[in-house]
Design a protein around this ligand. Structure first.
Ligand SMILES: Cc1cc2nc3c(=O)[nH]c(=O)nc-3n(C[C@H](O)[C@H](O)[C@H](O)COP(=O)(O)OP(=O)(O)OC[C@H]3O[C@@H](n4cnc5c(N)ncnc54)[C@H](O)[C@@H]3O)c2cc1C
Length: 491
């Protein structure tokens, strides 16, 4: 932990997710200066993204402003920026936002950049089957799901076939896929059933597809089977042992283990199948020699430091350690542990024993009033599991106002049949595709700081040259006595 820097110990935190936010908060009383850099200005509660996508919650309820959460913590500065480079030798982090580059030095680094969606090498699937990792994803999906019903109503009123518009395929039968499929089924069979005239929303086909032989593999066979049955009762078609081989705007191609294959016409596809750790892991691996696993997660020491770099901690979805799962508690507990290690070092105290994860259990909702939970060896199902889910999520939604409004929205959707957040816009659905067509993404829409100054300079030079030319012309007209002559006279 040596540094040429003489002031307070500088901690840089990358990410404002579970690891980043809880790490920064755990350093509240430490004698350090923290800079938290994240590519979004909010802290995202990913487990409830599916409720934003299906119109239950608003994005603000699950993504409060990081700056607001940390406003009362004087030793932390929050900066927006995509971290593009970590230099372990120079101990700097380089970030960029719309062409504005920043280099931030650190004495200790906490990397909590999470994971992105993985399409297992078929990245082009993303265009027609968005994943669910961000608010942008959830709002796009909301637009696509509600938009599919709208388009079906139009097509049906013109006598056209609407089957592909009313088919929704969710790929991946983990907790996210189960929750998403359950909610689309509730939406079509319950919420929307009185809203349309030309279509019967209850005839919508909701498919949950996975290559694995069971639903919710980490929950074990019994809970997996129970979940499958509950989903089927809700009207979800569960297709197991089916691998996606291709997909496009109108459908999805599936190959089965027994050699069969089929094309399922479906306008709406949702990808909930795999994750790939942040590419910052590759940079850390290249510079430290630490290996990466197939999902791009980096091997860390038992104290969550990067091999050969005791000043760098990596936590959450980015790490490969003792088969820890990619869940919020791993990130939260890891970040708190790393923060404590940093504090102890700054205070000159001896190191802690290795990080130990305390498994508080896993849960997934299936529909209103139905969930499954695995807490140690205890298996909960049905209403009891749902109550446990409700309590836990209320506790973890950050901010008092979000808890109150989320509770109100849940009452609207679970006790009643409404959805408070059905608003969709054209931009939600198409903006991502439009941005992807720009070479430099959103940065192409604005001038970079340097480019702006250069453009201003050129404008000023041109304007000055114009004014000088005009003044010269005026002087010439006066000198030559041409001023006041009519055009005819000149000719
Ligand atoms: C749809 C969904 C549902 C889930 N449901 C559950 C659940 O029910 N229970 C559960 O325990 N877990 C659940 N998880 C998993 C859980 O959300 C993650 O394990 C957890 O968020 C990991 O925390 P993290 O801090 O490692 O990463 P994240 O929370 O993903 O945070 C990563 C942060 O890093 C930022 N970032 C990424 N790259 C950069 C960069 N280059 N520069 C700057 N900032 C960057 C991101 O903007 C973000 O702020 C779910 C995940 C998803 C996607």
């Amino acid at each position: 932990m040596t540094s040429s820097h003489q002031g307070r110990h500088r901690v840089v935190v990358i990410g404002s997710g579970f690891g980043g936010l809880f790490g920064a908060k755990a350093l509240k009383r430490a004698d350090v200066d923290i800079t938290l850099i994240a590519r979004t200005s909010h802290h995202l509660f990913q487990p409830l993204l599916y409720q934003v996508a299906t119109g239950i919650l608003s994005q603000g309820e699950i993504a409060p402003s990081t700056r607001e959460i940390l406003a009362g913590q004087d030793n932390v500065k929050v900066l927006l920026g995509e971290v593009t480079e970590i230099d372990l030798e120079a101990r700097t982090v380089t970030s960029d936002v719309l062409g504005r580059r920043l280099v931030t030095p650190y004495d200790s680094l906490l990397v909590a950049a999470g994971a992105a969606q993985s399409y297992f090498g078929n990245d082009h699937f993303a265009e027609d089957a968005p994943g669910m990792k961000s608010i942008d994803d959830a709002l796009e999906l909301r637009g696509r799901i509600f938009g599919a019903f709208e388009m079906a109503e139009l097509a049906a009123s013109q006598g056209e076939d609407v089957d592909h518009l009313l088919t929704f395929v969710v790929v991946g039968a983990g907790p996210t896929g189960v929750e998403m499929a359950g909610q689309i089924a509730e939406l079509s069979h319950r919420t929307l059933k009185r809203d349309f005239r030309a279509i019967n929303s209850r005839q919508a086909r909701v498919i949950l597809l996975d290559a694995a032989p069971q639903v919710l593999p980490p929950f074990g066979k019994k809970l997996g089977e129970r979940t499958r049955r509950d989903l089927e009762k809700l009207g979800v078609e569960v297709i197991l042992g089916g691998m996606v081989t291709d997909l496009d705007e109108r459908g999805i191609d599936v190959a089965y283990k027994d050699g069969r294959s089929e094309r399922i016409p479906a306008a709406t596809k949702i990808w909930a199948a795999g994750v790939q750790a942040s590419s910052l892991g590759q940079q850390l691996a290249a510079q430290s020699g630490a290996p990466l696993d197939r999902a791009g997660r980096i091997s860390v020491n038992p104290d969550l430091t990067l091999p050969g770099h005791p000043e760098v901690f990596v936590v959450g979805d980015m790490i490969a350690l003792d088969n820890l799962p990619g869940v919020a508690q791993v990130a939260i507990q890891g970040a708190k542990y790393a923060a404590k290690s940093i504090r102890r070092r700054v205070e000159g105290k001896p190191p802690q024993p290795p990080f130990k994860y305390f498994d508080k259990g896993s849960m997934a909702t299936i529909s209103r009033f139905k969930a499954v939970a695995l807490i140690g060896r205890v298996r909960l199902t049905g209403f009891v599991a749902w109550l446990a889910w409700l309590g836990l999520h209320l506790i973890y939604i950050t901010g008092f106002k979000s808890q109150v409004t989320a509770l109100m929205h849940w009452s609207v959707s679970f006790v009643g049949r409404g959805r408070s957040e059905r608003t969709t816009t054209e931009q939600q659905i198409y903006a991502r595709a439009a941005l992807q067509r720009l070479r430099g993404g959103a940065a192409d829409l604005v001038s970079t700081p340097g480019a702006y100054d250069r453009a201003q300079e050129i404008l000023e030079v041109t304007r000055r040259a114009e004014l000088e030319a005009r003044a010269l012309e005026e002087a010439r007209l006066t000198d030559s006595g041409e001023r006041g002559q009519s055009l005819e006279q000149k000719v």
